[in-house]
Design a protein around this ligand. Structure first.
Ligand code: URA
Ligand code: CA
Length: 433
């Protein structure tokens, strides 16, 4: 087999066999196929697309290019949740204990944040003592004993995807539905998921800004998952404004605690229950989404979800008393209220820009190695569609620097108030099964 022929075949619109795709992934991962051929191939894929069989083949080839995490020692169906990335998205912190509290095993590998979107591990590390450096045995034991554990990404997971994603990034070939879908799904499959729930965001703060593109991506991922034997569902959810009220690591932990108590923001609660219901159904713990929803709601009401969160934190060295006493979480030195300059209705709170404002305070990483400040961030007092009076607080900035002029400017530029009422955007746009 020659890479030249595979490139030419795809360039001319041909369909590749599983063997040809495997040949490319193996050769590219080992370094035998050079970047220039891989670039040409990625561009051919970008223009010609891939059919269902090709998508499944490249996903599995990339998943198997490195370590495949074996979770077979954990009883039950392991359901993973993946979000395409958003601002203020605290759902994993809520979902992990929530679905575990009704008996669904959660064996999660998570990442740190980069840019304007936060990472689950950073958020959890704002709980004093909490750590994610567990051995595989401890991880599995935790899940078998308490149904929930979160570890950091380690080992050699999907090296083919790592290499190909980096190449696509510099060759203008990221934006291809089959390539994005296979990239994401390969990582979930390598991480050991039997079933996968996808939260595909849409709007300003999302990877996919257009709803039609988000839907296409979700459908592509659901199709890949199901065709390689992983039951997969997706939710298309709004990311035009931040999710919930808090943006910032410790602030989001506090928000997660409130949501597990049943007093969290409406949108965050609704999305958590929507995604959680899908996880419960895929794990076979409820017949349908309605039953699953009631099960989860009950667990919030009777305190089981919160109890599970405490147990989870303590099992990984965390100080579980933060749950009853959130002031034990890292606190910023200053709190500044940002007030509205005019009266009217909130029309826009541009998610990615508000995420950038939180990063400017130190909540987000600018490069992979930057230090972040777990205590800082933004807490919204209003959301899109709400009314506001001139002089009323829009939000509170939690900062360790006294001068927040630049941050305040950025926030105000990205919050639009206008006199006409408007209906807020729907949070859940579509469910794809
Ligand atoms: N996220 C991924 O993991 N892969 C892509 O290709 C795009 C976004
Ligand atoms: Ca939030």
């Amino acid at each position: 087999m020659r890479m030249y022929d595979i490139i030419a075949k795809k360039r001319d619109g041909g369909e590749l066999s599983q063997e040809e795709i495997q040949f490319f992934i193996d050769g590219y991962t080992s370094g035998e196929i050079p970047d220039y051929q891989a670039s040409a191939f990625a561009m051919a894929l970008y223009f010609q697309g891939m059919n269902k069989e090709e998508r499944a083949a490249i996903t599995m080839a990339m998943a198997q290019s490195g370590d495949m995490i074996d979770l077979s020692e954990i009883e039950g169906t392991k359901v993973d949740k993946h979000s395409t990335g958003g601002v203020g998205d605290t759902t994993t912190l809520i979902l992990a204990p929530l679905v575990a509290s009704v008996g669904v095993p959660v064996a999660k590998m998570s990442g740190r944040g980069l840019g304007h979107t936060g990472g689950t591990i950073d958020k959890l590390e704002s709980v004093p003592g909490f750590h994610v450096e567990l051995t595989k045995e401890e991880f599995i034991q935790n899940v078998n004993e308490r149904k929930v554990s979160v570890i950091g990404q380690s080992g050699n997971l999907t090296p083919a995807d790592k290499k190909l994603y980096a190449l696509r990034d510099v060759t203008a070939t990221v934006n291809s539905i089959p390539l994005i879908a296979s990239s994401i799904m390969s990582k979930k499959i390598a991480a050991g998921a039997d079933a996968i729930v996808l939260d595909v965001k849409t709007g300003a703060g999302a990877f996919m800004k257009e709803e039609s593109e988000s839907i296409d991506l979700a459908k592509a991922m659901v199709e890949i998952g199901n065709s390689v034997g992983r039951k997969t569902m997706a939710v298309i959810s709004d990311m035009s404004q931040p999710l919930g009220n808090a943006i910032g690591n410790a602030l989001e932990v506090k928000e997660a605690i409130e949501t597990l108590k049943g007093t969290g923001p409406e949108d965050l609660t609704k999305l958590s229950l929507t995604l959680g219901s899908q996880m419960v159904v895929l794990a076979g713990h409820a017949e349908n989404l309605t039953d699953a929803w009631s099960l989860l709601e009950k667990s919030i009401e009777n305190g089981d979800a919160l109890k599970k969160f405490k147990e989870f934190l303590a099992s990984q060295g965390g100080d579980a008393s933060v749950v009853d006493e959130p002031t034990l979480l890292p606190q910023a030195k200053y709190q500044f209220e940002v007030l509205a300059d005019t009266s009217g209705y909130i029309h826009e709170m541009v998610a990615d820009e508000i995420g950038h404002a939180a990063s400017m305070l130190g909540a987000g990483r600018l490069t992979k190695d930057s230090e972040i400040d777990l205590s800082v961030g933004v807490v919204l007092q209003k959301k899109v569609g709400d009314t506001i009076e001139k002089g009323e607080p829009l939000l509170t900035v939690h900062s360790n620097q006294e001068d927040i002029k630049e941050v305040e400017k950025k926030l105000k530029e990205n919050i639009k108030i206008s006199p006409d009422p408007l209906i807020p955007p729907d949070l859940i746009r579509q469910i794809i099964t």
